[in-house]
Design a protein around this ligand. Structure first.
Ligand SMILES: Nc1nc2c(ncn2[C@@H]2O[C@H](COP(=O)(O)OP(=O)(O)OP(=O)(O)O)[C@@H](O)[C@H]2O)c(=O)[nH]1
Length: 352
């Protein structure tokens, strides 16, 4: 059995804020340093799009189909213990879904540390500058509440996507963040560009995580005692060949947290798509869909592309996966018509 204590780092932050971008940087850096990392990735959907692109030799656990904080806290503990014992990594990174309540994840890690030598070191919260600014100006809402909670529990805050806001907005954002959490370190970034050593550095924290947790006990986050999630899983034509299948999740939650009415639609492409038509399709997505990502094959090129849609920004990245991947798209949002979306996707999907 491994005798060394494995440090655990949690990356949290709202959907599309830049968590995977940060994790990729951390993994590249770890490789250069000869460190052996292991990762836990959590997605609200049943597919881990970015996970398919992680290098094969990095031990990875996936907690899918829900968010760690409510449905699968126990699973998180088990995954951590297993990763630590089987792979003896130097460090474990947990990337949580953008709608996770971070305190619950921290409790999951703490539970796991009873069974394996694990130690929660840092909670790193990635913030989308423009999205937070818009939410602060609106001043209410579940998304803002969750963003604030993610900021409060952090020991390190990365204010990302600074390229999308004005200089004076950055000052306003920094003040708002300091008001919520004066103890955390704060870094301003574009594309989560920062020296990962900063994240590993032990942080002098005036308050312990436990203290933080007890201060927020009254917040609306789910615990095993009061959490009752009704998960409706509607599976349409879902087959294991992933030929042409889709399904959706509706998360219903008693406490009126962000999990209310969060819909996830997953669509497996059966063919290729026209790149121009696909980009136009992304541009006209209803505002109720706040995040989409996936892997697509375009008719006019042999390459595969990772596409990203996060808070109105669209991004395509040519990819060369090391292993076989599914051509799949995941859409996350609230109160949008799943039938309309699926109809549009079917029309785009040209079988050759
Ligand atoms: N303009 C801009 N785009 C960025 C920046 N950082 C990340 N992005 C893009 O934002 C999109 C979402 O980034 P991710 O790293 O996948 O976000 P995430 O937090 O992992 O997303 P979820 O896993 O869905 O919660 C991608 O297209 C990134 O390339 C930034 O600083 N500026």
């Amino acid at each position: 059995m491994n005798e060394k204590v494995v440090p655990v780092y949690v990356i949290t932050g709202f959907l599309g804020s830049g968590k995977s971008t940060l994790l990729n940087r951390i993994l590249t850096d770890a490789k250069a340093k000869g460190l052996k990392p292991a990762i836990v990735m959590n997605e609200v959907g049943d597919v881990n799009v970015e996970g398919q692109l992680i290098e094969k030799d990095i031990p990875m656990s996936e907690v899918l189909g829900g968010c760690i904080c409510c449905t699968s806290r126990g699973d998180l503990g088990l995954e951590l213990v297993q990763l630590a014992q089987e792979h003896e990594p130097d460090v474990i990174w947990i990337e949580s879904t953008g709608i996770a309540q971070p305190l619950e994840i921290m409790e999951g890690v703490t539970e796991a540390s009873l069974y394996a030598k694990l130690e929660l070191r840092n909670v790193i919260t990635v913030v989308d500058a423009r999205h937070l600014l818009d939410r602060l100006r609106i001043g209410t809402g579940k998304t803002l509440k969750l963003m604030k909670e993610q900021i409060r529990v952090a020991s390190f805050i990365i204010l990302n996507k600074t390229d999308l806001v004005q200089e004076q907005d950055l000052l306003e954002l920094q003040e708002a963040i300091k008001d919520l959490n004066a103890y955390a370190r704060l870094a301003l970034t574009t594309n989560a560009e920062l020296d990962p050593d900063l994240l590993y550095a032990d942080i002098e924290h005036n308050r312990s995580f436990e203290q933080e947790a007890s201060e927020h006990k009254d917040d609306e986050h789910c615990t095993h005692e009061n959490c009752s999630h009704e998960h409706e899983h509607e599976h349409h034509d879902h087959n294991h060949e992933h030929e042409h299948s889709y399904h959706n999740h509706s998360h219903a939650h008693k406490h009126g947290t962000l999990h209310d009415h969060v819909n996830v639609v997953t669509y497996y492409f059966k063919g290729k798509v026209d790149s121009v038509v696909f980009e136009a399709f992304l541009k006209q997505l209803p505002q109720e869909i706040y995040r989409a990502k996936g892997i697509v094959a375009f008719q006019d090129t042999a390459s595969l592309f990772l596409f990203q849609y996060a808070y109105r920004e669209i991004d395509f990245l040519r990819i060369t996966p090391q292993k076989s991947v599914n051509n799949v798209a995941v859409f996350i949002g609230e109160g949008f018509s799943q039938a309309d979306l699926l109809n549009q996707l079917e029309q785009l999907d040209i079988t050759n």
